[in-house]
Design a protein around this ligand. Structure first.
Ligand code: UD1
Length: 330
């Protein structure tokens, strides 16, 4: 079928294009880097005729630097998606796969021995200063144990990027209801792999460590290095998009975690990359960033059951490749 991939020149978008082409689809790329803006009706009107599926990867990503970034995030991600959805309705395009993010959850899920499943609020500066990195029970203050987060967890976006990703999901759900369209949101966990953009203020931790190692600098592991993330390889993420292309139901948006299902600590990730490159060894600094969440451990079960998607590239293999694979421009 004819597929329009927005953000096709980006890190994940590029791998998505390759996966769809590999499966024999007719892929049209759409990217700001080649002058095609999802906020531009005329550009969409040129590209959408005959398209059966839009895979929407185009977005302003990362955490943002400060509130001066808010208009740019809202414009690219929220307004851009709104313009795209209206254009899809004009052209009768009935299927959408949306690149969403684990950041819609905010902090991960935790269990308190006394109070069961709880959602701790943001960690306080005082606790972080004292090196108390683990969140505590919002009811009794006791230490909590991290649990896996599934798609029905309440959303709690904590920064501009997260807010715009959740807004995209809501806009898409509205589009599906009103047009009878079929939509799948893929909540990516920590994506890494070849052509990941190099170190910028907006980069995720894997790119930061990889860039440091390339420059001969020591990767600096914040907190105590024990924070858990699910690092999922970009080629697996591209396969998840392919699996989502034929999934879902008319009139609905369904969201799936896209994760490996095998969490690792940030300290382990730094060590694996450094070992594969032959150093320098990472240091655990005890620094913290106020907006960071402690652990996010994903359940990949729903994606496996309903999309038939399971990640195939393991942590050791993937990190070994990533340690020396080329980085991309951001
Ligand atoms: C990241 C992305 C988020 C994306 C999500 C899923 C950023 C800034 N965050 O969230 O947008 O949706 O993955 O793909 O792009 N750390 C260090 N040393 C450093 C930098 C960070 O130890 O030099 C630690 C942080 O303190 C944190 C962890 O690494 O504990 C992860 O940081 P990061 O990748 O920035 O953010 P995520 O919360 O995982």
């Amino acid at each position: 079928m004819r597929v329009l991939v927005t953000g096709s020149a980006g890190f994940i978008g590029g791998h998505v294009v390759a996966a769809f082409e590999g499966a024999g689809h007719d892929v049209l790329g759409f990217d700001l880097r080649s002058g095609a803006d999802v906020r531009d009706d005329a550009a969409l009107d040129r590209m959408l005729p005959g398209v059966a599926l839009v895979v929407h990867q185009a977005a302003k990503v990362g955490l943002g630097v400060d509130v001066s970034d808010l208009p740019a995030y809202a414009s690219a991600n929220v307004y851009g998606t709104a313009v795209l959805l209206a254009a899809m309705a004009r052209h009768g395009v009935e299927r959408l796969v949306l690149a969403s993010s684990m950041v819609v959850y905010g902090e991960g899920a935790y269990d308190c021995a006394e109070h069961g499943r709880v959602r701790p609020g943001p960690r306080s500066r005082i606790d972080l200063e004292r090196g108390r990195f683990e969140p505590s029970c919002p009811v009794c203050g006791a230490q909590v144990r991290h649990a896996v987060i599934s798609e029905d967890a309440p959303t709690d976006p904590r920064n501009a990027y997260a807010t715009t990703k959740l807004a995209q999901e809501h806009l898409v759900a509205g589009w599906a209801r009103e047009t009878g369209g079929t939509a799948v949101a893929l909540r990516y966990h920590n994506v890494y792999g070849p052509r990941m953009p190099r170190d910028t203020p907006y980069a995720g931790v894997a790119a930061i460590f990889r860039s440091a190692l390339e420059a001969g600098r020591t990767p600096r592991v914040f907190e105590d290095g024990g924070q858990l993330r699910d690092f999922v390889h970009v080629r697996d993420v591209a396969r998840a998009n392919l699996a989502a292309a034929g999934a879902g139901a008319p009139g609905r948006l369904v969201a799936y975690n896209v994760a490996s299902g095998t969490p690792h600590t940030v300290g382990e990730m730094a060590a694996a990359l450094a070992a594969a490159r032959g150093g320098p060894e990472p240091v655990v600094t005890g620094e913290y960033r106020l907006g960071d969440v402690r652990h996010i451990v994903a359940s990949p079960a729903l994606a496996r059951a309903e999309l038939g998607f399971a990640a195939e590239i393991g942590f050791e293999t993937g990190m070994k490749e990533f340690a020396t694979a080329p980085l991309g421009e951001s």
